[in-house]
Design a protein around this ligand. Structure first.
Ligand code: NAD
Ligand code: UDP
Length: 321
């Protein structure tokens, strides 16, 4: 039987590159697409020698053309770290809106099923806890984070419109903080930031008083959830994340212990609109996908630190906060 063909946007990024690996391992032909604005070809260089893999260096906010058939599209292109989308706010809005529109159009032309990467940020600074899919969220549209949150909310909205109006097969995953190997060490997100600081012998920067919470999911669990959702028949949004919640201050202490460093914690101002609490309710994913995370934070953080440790010295470049 002919292999299925899948287009993955954001392929040179953290999640996109792991998705490429997973689909190749499952026997698919994979087309990776990326404009490298926050990604790195090193994340997928091991795939270039494979005949099942093709790469298009392309910005998805301009017309996307792929010759031949397509069975699935996974739209993961978008800056994903707060310092990235604050640096490139217009591109962030464009990739969630124009980029998603282009990919929905491509899916319609090819009669392909499309899964889009949404986020827990659609819940904003949530007023209910934990967050289930039926919560509408609390987003400040005009704040600095609004460029990401509203792009993702528009993305969900246009995806549902293509589903309802054109009958397109669509899937929406709401991803909660996911970490693991291939994150950019200087992308400013808490996991690489703290681990980079530990490796450089710098103090660990906790924003605010560190009482805000997050729930960290290991990449392997996240990819499994996304894979199952794509192959399911469920078209409304589904949360995929690890409900094991921790305050950022306690998390910083865990990283100091794990990395066996003697650095101290220093407190810096809390960024505007930084959500105070975040924890996924994953009952829906359990019910319809039979999915739940398996990797403990201790195990996942150790694997991630092992990855960062073996990177060349040049990758230890400091974050520009
Ligand atoms: P990442 O920055 O590592 O990867 C994003 C990739 O998209 C990069 O390789 C970048 O170059 C590419 N890209 C950006 N704009 C593009 C454009 N216009 N055209 C083509 N390529 C473009 O981030 P990530 O953590 O892998 O996130 C991937 C997706 O998952 C994003 O859509 C993000 O919003 C979503 N997400 C991630 C998390 C997480 O915790 N990692 C949480 C919620 C949602
Ligand atoms: N954070 C921090 N110090 C850092 C980087 C992040 O205290 O050097 C905090 C940040 O303010 C947020 C949490 O860690 O409360 C998670 O931040 P991240 O950027 O990883 O993800 P997001 O805010 O998008 O959930």
């Amino acid at each position: 039987m002919e292999s299925k063909r899948v287009l993955i946007t954001g392929a040179a990024g953290f999640l996109g590159s792991h998705l490429c690996d997973r689909f190749i391992a499952e026997g698919y032909n994979v087309i990776g697409m990326d404009n490298l604005i926050t990604g790195d070809l090193k994340n997928i260089e091991h795939l270039f020698k494979l005949p099942q893999f093709e790469f298009y260096h392309h910005d998805v906010t301009t017309f996307v053309h792929i010759p031949g058939k397509l069975d699935y599209i996974l739209h993961f292109a978008s800056p994903a770290s707060p310092i990235d989308y604050l640096k490139i706010p217009i591109q962030t809005l464009k990739v969630g809106s124009l980029g998603t529109h282009n990919l929905l159009g491509l899916a319609k032309e090819k009669n392909a099923r499309i899964l889009i990467a949404s986020t827990s940020e659609v819940y904003g600074d949530p007023l209910i806890h934990p967050q289930a899919e039926d919560y509408y969220g609390n987003v400040n549209a005009i704040g600095p984070r609004g460029v990401y949150d509203e792009a993702k909310r528009f993305q969900e909205s246009i995806t549902m419109a293509y589903h309802r109006f054109h009958g397109l097969e669509t899937r929406i995953v709401r991803i909660f903080n996911t970490y693991g190997p291939r994150m950019r060490l200087n992308d400013g997100r808490a996991v690489p930031a703290f681990m980079g600081q530990a490796l450089r012998g710098e103090d660990i920067t906790v924003f605010g008083d560190g009482s805000q919470t997050r729930s960290f999911c290991y990449v392997e669990d996240q990819i499994e959830g996304i894979y199952r959702l794509l192959l399911s028949d469920y078209s409304l949004p589904v949360n995929i994340g690890n409900p094991h919640e921790i305050s950022i201050l306690d998390f910083a202490k865990e990283i100091i212990k794990l990395t066996d460093t003697t650095q101290k914690i220093v407190f810096k101002p809390l960024p505007t609109d930084d959500p105070m609490q975040r924890q996924p309710n994953i009952n829906l994913a359990k019910e319809i996908l039979g999915w739940e995370p398996k990797v403990t934070r201790e195990e996942g953080m150790q694997k991630t630190f092992n990855y960062f440790k073996q990177l060349p010295k040049a990758a230890l470049e400091k974050i520009a906060h």
